[in-house]
Design a protein around this ligand. Structure first.
Ligand code: NDP
Ligand code: GDR
Length: 377
């Protein structure tokens, strides 16, 4: 256990007062305040770093879990007992609990709200469709409604809202996909993201809320969840190279994705909320590669042949697949001035390098008898 997080996890909120007082009253008046749902996820951690770098105070909503779920943000966590130094603050809430969302918006009084929380795994959404819809679709609606009613009660109409939309919404629509391409979702996750997209458009049109949809294509990093295909591959490459594993079980290798770097993509989220008018934007590298090409790049980088290690396992095929995603992000490039800095090869190398280091640390634990080498991610 990280002792720093113990004090965070044993209280209902960190570094903040509940009740009638507001957190805004404690912050310098010129400091912007952001509220992030999904702060413990891949994007939440990069966005928090980015906003702290811009001088923001960042509040994250975390959900209760039986194990600590803050690994991705531990390195930027400052104990709330050092309240004047801690500009990232965490609070318990859940997208399935409307009361918690409204309460924290009233207490934090944010300038910007980023809704990144989701059951974000496409294959898992076929296993738990009802829950996925509740968090991804209705969760977004609950948060929008909390923002709307907060504005109605306080008059704080300058508040801005970002919705984490996905290229999965395009589903079987052929590439290149832009803001004008029709949605044809192929999973409960994607259908739920479509609902969240249209709730966001509706709250913008109906109530004049500054609400934006970012339609982001796949973005990865060394912090990517270990059961998404890129990280699953780079984790395996690291462990195979260090001698902790020999086989990698995968599903469909022919699917093609437009893979970018998460650190680049969170900047686009922020840029959307700095515009004069709210709008929806596709964010993508405009380059697509198959899973097989990712395998070639990742194994090839450390002089391994993926064909010696990969075993096709039917359990990783989905009931409906999205075959080919390749974005057209010309609107984001023109209007926001955004463009990706990290290319495909660089992304693969970054992820493999980090996962080799991680495997080396695992090897020390295995050799000392503290870990079973069979414990594969
Ligand atoms: P992750 O799966 O890494 O993170 C998801 C976050 O949501 C975690 O912090 C998770 O908490 C939180 N969460 C899950 N369920 C709930 C809930 N019921 N209430 C509150 N929080 C919850 O996703 P990413 O960071 O990769 O993605 C961020 C967002 O962007 C997601 O909405 C995703 O669907 C979307 N997206 C992602 C893309 C990508 O390529 N990464 C592309 C397009 C869209 P915990 O840590 O406790 O699990
Ligand atoms: P995706 O990402 O579904 O695009 O959703 P994922 O990495 O899970 O799959 C990409 C492609 O790889 C194929 N695949 C496998 N996928 C996984 N997870 N595990 C395997 O073993 C495997 N073998 C082959 C898949 O079939 C698929 O075609 C991600 C998530 O981050 C979403 O939240 C986000 O909205 C979209 O990207 C854009």
């Amino acid at each position: 256990m990280n002792p720093k997080m113990e004090s965070q996890n044993d209280s209902s909120s960190v570094g903040s007062k509940t009740g009638s007082s507001t957190i805004r009253g404690e912050a310098p008046p010129d400091r912007k305040i952001a509220l992030i749902t999904g702060i413990t996820g891949q994007d939440g951690s990069y966005l928090t770093e980015f906003l702290l770098g811009k001088g923001y105070e960042v509040h994250g909503l975390i959900r209760r879990s039986s194990n600590f779920n803050t690994q991705r943000i531990n390195h930027i966590y400052i104990d709330p007992h050092n309240a004047h130094k801690a500009r990232m603050k965490l609070h318990y809430a859940d997208l399935s609990d409307a009361s918690s969302l409204r309460r924290w918006i009233d207490t934090i009084r944010p300038d910007e709200v980023y809704n990144l929380a989701a059951q974000s795994h496409v294959a898992v959404s076929f296993e738990i469709p009802d829950y996925t819809a509740d968090v991804v679709a209705t969760g977004a609606l609950r948060l929008l409604e909390a923002v709307r009613s907060h504005i109605a009660d306080t008059g704080r109409s300058h508040i801005r809202y970002y919705q984490a939309g996905s290229s999965e919404m395009f589903g079987s629509t052929p590439p290149p996909q832009s803001e004008d391409s029709p949605f044809h979702p192929r999973s409960p996750y994607a259908a739920s993201k479509c609902a969240a997209h249209w709730y966001t458009v509706n709250y913008r049109e109906a109530y004049g809320i500054f609400a934006c949809n970012g339609i982001l294509f796949n973005h990865e990093s060394p912090r990517r969840g270990e059961n998404f295909v890129t990280r699953k591959i780079t984790r395996a490459v690291g462990r195979i190279k260090i001698g902790l594993q020999s086989k990698l079980f995968l599903g469909n290798l022919q699917a093609s994705r437009d893979w970018g770097f998460a650190g680049d993509y969170v900047e686009a989220m922020w840029m959307m909320l700095q515009q004069e008018k709210p709008n929806d934007y596709v964010v993508a590298t405009e380059e697509s590669h198959t899973v097989e090409e990712f395998l070639e790049a990742a194994f090839g980088y450390v002089q391994l042949n993926w064909k010696d290690h990969v075993v096709i396992d039917k359990r990783y095929f989905r009931p409906a697949e999205v075959d080919n995603l390749k974005g057209d992000s010309s609107k984001a490039r023109k209007v926001l001035g955004w463009k990706p800095k990290v290319g495909f090869e660089q992304l693969v190398k970054m992820m493999v390098d980090e996962d080799i280091e991680l495997a080396k640390r695992e090897k020390v634990l295995v050799d000392a008898g503290y870990m079973d080498a069979q414990q594969q991610p």
